[in-house]
Design a protein around this ligand. Structure first.
Ligand SMILES: Nc1ncnc2c1ncn2[C@@H]1O[C@H](COP(=O)(O)OP(=O)(O)OP(=O)(O)O)[C@@H](O)[C@H]1O
Ligand SMILES: [Mg+2]
Length: 367
């Protein structure tokens, strides 16, 4: 049963703490992603699980077995590297069927699996091609087919779709997930693309600077981010700074810059505390003119962009703060630059965080 447990694992390279006291529990047959910006330690954590490097501290279990000292080839894993590593002297077919042949599976079975995998990645017509004759995206697809064909129950995938163009990438996402589910595999998939992680995963660990910030289903991370960074990295958020001016049993009144008052459901912050309130661009409503009502703030249109499905407005609020609003294009009143508007949002749909010690900008920075 390839469940994976990572317990308080740290890995340093000289002064760099690439993985910092990380703990994870990946369930058997789960599709799990490690998501975070470039350099946050995703590849290092995956290489630790694979056994390509050893942790300085902590323990890694695959199933019930402590694998800290177990070499990669004895861990029962299939690995797709971020920089693809095909056998250069073998054509696509021989690359993909390498695992089954090494394991001396009966020929019919190796053939069938090889064919299925190459069809999945849509390269069944390029069986004879050598790596140098394939594009980067094609090589990556061969590497993926090879990892799947090798029959390991635990798949470790480092940006397996990274080299592909957007359309193929989107299609392969779903097929990859389907394949992992159909073959009852456990997959740990590294990506810096939040849309990919959301679409493909049962659960996601959001990483930053070697640390795991939050683990949850895509919905949990979107609906209840526990860190400012997560609220910004999973989906988008507007961040407004303020002070708690009143707190009751279940509700806070927050005073924003310029004395604007807004209300939010929250009971964890105290009167006088400096806070950041995060509001998703898609929950902000926008109306022409000046209007009253709870959490209604007036402002004017400073910019807009038609994005196809959505319109993205930039609104300068009366207190000088800037917010972004994203609304479905077909449902939106067209508003020009300078138009006076009122934006509003429901009290139950925003998130309140304590003001970060290091300041908001540094908290949101990708590195
Ligand atoms: N072998 C190594 N020697 C020295 N430093 C390393 C080594 N491998 C990784 N690092 C450093 O560890 C940190 C984490 O690197 P890692 O490759 O795990 O990031 P990542 O999240 O996979 O980034 P990316 O999305 O760019 O692939 C980086 O600062 C990197 O420079
Ligand atoms: Mg990487």
């Amino acid at each position: 049963m390839p469940e994976v447990r990572v317990i308080s694992v740290t890995k340093k390279f000289g002064k760099i703490i690439a993985v910092d006291n990380a703990s994870l529990y990946v369930h058997d047959r789960e599709y799990f992603s490690l998501l975070g910006p470039s350099g946050c330690g995703k590849t290092t954590l995956l290489r630790l699980i694979a056994g390509l490097i050893e942790p300085d501290e902590g323990e890694i279990y695959i199933g019930d077995r402590l694998v800290n000292k177990v070499p990669p080839e004895d861990r029962g894993i299939g690995f797709v590297f971020q920089t693809f590593a095909l056998f250069p002297h073998m054509n696509a077919w021989n690359n993909v069927t390498y695992g089954p042949r090494v394991k001396a599976w009966e020929e019919g079975k190796s053939e069938r699996i090889g064919r299925e995998m190459l069809e999945m990645v849509r390269l069944h017509e390029r069986l004879d091609a050598f790596p140098h004759e394939l594009s980067g995206g094609m090589m990556q697809r061969v590497a993926l087919a090879r990892a799947l064909a090798a029959g390991a129950k635990l798949l470790l995938l480092d940006e397996p779709l990274g080299q592909l163009d957007a359309k193929v990438r989107n299609e392969l996402r779903y097929e990859l997930r389907k394949m992992v589910k159909a073959l009852e595999l456990t997959a740990i998939h590294v990506t810096h693309d939040q849309a990919e992680a959301m679409a493909i995963s049962d659960r996601i660990a959001v990483m930053r600077k070697g640390k795991i910030l939050q683990v949850g289903t895509p919905q949990e991370l979107y609906m209840t981010p526990q860190h400012i960074f997560v609220a910004n990295f999973i989906g988008e958020s507007n961040f407004l700074e303020g002070y708690v001016s009143k707190s009751t049993e279940k509700e806070l009144t927050i005073e924003l810059r310029g004395g604007l008052l807004i209300r939010t459901l929250d009971k964890t912050h105290k009167e006088g505390e400096k806070v950041v309130i995060a509001i998703r661009p898609e929950i902000l409503a926008i109306k022409k003119g000046k209007r009253g009502g709870v959490n209604s703030i007036s402002g004017h249109v400073e910019g807009f962009r038609f994005e196809g499905t959505n319109v993205r407005y930039e609104i300068r609020l009366e207190n000088g703060d800037l917010v972004v609003i994203v609304s479905p294009a077909l449902m939106t009143e067209w508003l020009g630059i300078g138009e006076k508007v009122t934006v509003s949002f429901p009290i139950e749909k925003s998130f309140v965080f304590s003001y970060p010690e290091r300041g908001l900008k540094r908290e949101l920075a990708l590195e």
